[in-house]
Design a protein around this ligand. Structure first.
Ligand SMILES: O=C(CO)[C@H](O)[C@H](O)COP(=O)(O)O
Length: 237
């Protein structure tokens, strides 16, 4: 069972939630791409839905599949967002932003009545933080913001952990779809995600961070079971 097979199995399970006429938030990343491909098949077979993409990459992928799109200005309330995640804990708290789309992903998820995560079961963790936490920051005053973020991390029990600036494929500083810089905090473990979230939001140059807390209520996690993919449903207690 390959990783693409697992992504497709999780995406197929989420597709069962999609009903005609729904306004969908459409996530970013390789698992979201599997969902977009399956949704495209359904749209070509006559399903009428409209989507709001969470990144330029997703917008292009949806257009290629013939999925009708709108902006969040045109559709400020959505029925359902389907998106991937980099880590999922037992309380459905997430780390997202591995694909640099965390800001739009969070705005779209928060505008949705429901956010459902699709992922390989390997993303399920006991404690968030092994995946570097993405922190989107305004490029103005980056040095000062950097130091303030380090202080916020230290106050949250994550002292002395390295912070790096995300680079793009060409090795240049990455610029997000929103025109911002992206930092990655290599924490190993986040003992208090809610406390860290509050402290990061208190830093003026922080635009958003990749902790999604209390946003998603369901995750479809796919793992191999013999030659089949088994999808486990994780629900927020
Ligand atoms: O948050 C994201 C993009 O910003 C993605 O959803 C996350 O990185 C998971 O990606 P993938 O499905 O490729 O593992």
């Amino acid at each position: 069972m390959s990783a693409p097979d697992l992504r497709r199995a999780a995406a197929a399970r989420a597709l069962e939630l999609v009903e005609p006429g729904m306004r969908l938030g459409i996530g970013t990343g390789s698992t979201a791409a599997a969902f977009i491909a399956l949704l495209g098949d359904r749209v070509r077979a006559g399903l009428d839905v409209i989507g709001v993409p969470t990144s330029e990459a997703t917008r292009i992928a949806c257009e290629r599949e013939g999925i009708r799109l709108a902006t969040l200005d045109e559709l400020p309330e959505l029925d359902l967002t389907i998106d991937g995640a980099d880590e999922v804990d037992g309380r459905l708290r997430l780390i997202k932003g591995g694909g640099a789309a965390l800001l739009r992903e969070k705005i779209v998820a928060m505008a949705s009545r429901r956010m459902v995560v699709i992922a390989d079961a390997a993303k399920r963790v006991e404690t968030l933080g092994a995946f570097p936490l993405p922190i989107e920051v305004n490029a103005f005053g980056l040095g000062a913001t950097w130091r303030a973020v380090e202080r916020a991390l230290a106050e949250s029990g994550c002292a002395g952990k390295p912070l790096t600036r995300r680079l793009d494929a060409a090795g240049e500083p990455l610029v997000t779809d929103g025109g911002h810089a992206l930092l990655d905090a290599h924490l190993g473990a986040i003992p208090d995600p809610e406390g860290l979230s509050a402290r990061l939001w208190a830093v003026p140059g922080v635009v958003e961070h990749g902790l999604f807390l209390g946003i998603s209520d369901t995750a479809f996690l796919a793992e191999a079971s013999g030659s089949e993919a088994r999808v486990t449903v994780l629900s927020r207690p």
